[in-house]
Design a protein around this ligand. Structure first.
Ligand SMILES: Nc1ncnc2c1ncn2[C@@H]1O[C@H](COP(=O)(O)OP(=O)(O)OP(=O)(O)O)[C@@H](O)[C@H]1O
Ligand SMILES: [Mg+2]
Length: 300
């Protein structure tokens, strides 16, 4: 897959030093002890540490004991065949999994070192700090473009009109949508094209200034031009935010991500982490035969 490799190399070229973290490393750096943690360049700041995370729907185990360190201010991609638990796993990262009936999460997820599943943690606050963008753009249907972006700010209790106006403008600029909508802020969000709606949803997510943005197949409902715009946006956003993206599109993972994790359903019917490394390494020198088979299109 030469095109894919070339893109992966270009994207991740500066990040080829993938030694594990030595003893006595600074706080927040990758601990060497986790069996399935990705190798990271020494000292890379970590935004999220997932430790032995499992997820159930009632009695059904959907994700089995996945540990990963997610690098801050980088794009981390999750890939793997349909049904291997990518969406379930990513929804554990901001406590959305628990919206499913009888859902349960095991293990720990640390955001800046603190477990988001600890008692007394407010899940709504977690979802402000770790926002999510979904597969299908979902602007609030009765709201204007500006109101969509302001919704989370109002939920946070911000009342100052000038502050809301400023933050709406800033979020729309960051989401690379401002120039297209600045004269139409009162129009319904639903009146935008699909690609614009998805950037509106990204603006809505970043307006509350999260630390992490989770994106579950954010481009799968978009045409190629809109997809490239959202991919460019992801790279820009990674300068300020930590991005975790689920994608079925391996070219996309290679284009936009710094790190890639490959998940696969095990014999127990649940998703396992097979391989996790710098994107360039995973696509050019996969360590596991199953990863190689998947990225070369032999299954999935
Ligand atoms: N709400 C739910 N209730 C019960 N089981 C569920 C629910 N959502 C997902 N599952 C099951 O959990 C497993 C993992 O599903 P998940 O949606 O996480 O996979 P995925 O890797 O995101 O798949 P896709 O690539 O098709 O989106 C599947 O067996 C699925 O049927
Ligand atoms: Mg999914």
């Amino acid at each position: 897959m030469p095109e894919l490799q070339a893109t992966a190399e270009a994207r991740t070229a500066p990040r080829t030093d993938v030694a594990m973290q030595p003893e006595g490393s600074p706080p927040g750096a990758v601990p060497a002890s986790l069996p399935t943690a990705a190798p990271q360049p020494a000292g890379t700041p970590i935004a999220i540490s997932a430790r032995d995370v499992s997820a159930w729907y009632g009695p059904k185990l959907a994700v089995s004991g996945i540990s990963m360190e997610i690098a801050a201010n980088a794009v981390t991609a999750l890939i793997g065949p349909s049904g291997c638990g990518k969406s379930t796993y990513i929804r554990c990262f901001n406590r959305m999994h628990e919206f499913a009936p009888n859902a349960r999460v095991g293990g720990e997820i640390l955001l800046e070192g603190a477990n988001i599943y600890a008692p007394r943690v407010d899940p709504a606050r977690v979802r402000q700090r770790i926002g999510m963008v979904f597969q299908k753009p979902n602007p609030f249907p009765t709201m204007s473009i500006a109101e969509n972006v302001a919704a989370g700010l109002r939920f946070q209790g911000i009342r100052s009109r000038s502050e809301i106006t400023d933050r709406v403008e800033r979020a729309l600029k960051l989401a690379a949508l401002w120039d297209e909508v600045k004269d139409d802020l009162k129009k319904p969000g639903m009146a935008l094209s699909g690609g614009q709606q998805q950037r509106l949803c990204i603006a809505r997510t970043i307006a509350v200034e999260p630390e992490v943005v989770l994106m579950d197949e954010p481009c799968s409902a978009l045409d190629p031009v809109a997809t490239l715009k959202v991919e460019d946006l992801m790279r820009e956003l990674a300068e300020r935010y930590t991005i975790v993206i689920v994608t079925h599109n391996m070219q996309q993972a290679a284009r936009v991500s710094d790190y890639t994790a490959f998940l696969l359903m095990g014999d127990d019917g649940a998703g396992h982490l097979v391989e996790y490394s710098a994107t360039q390494d995973l696509f050019t020198h996969p360590q596991d035969k199953r990863t190689e088979d998947y990225i070369t299109g032999r299954f999935g």
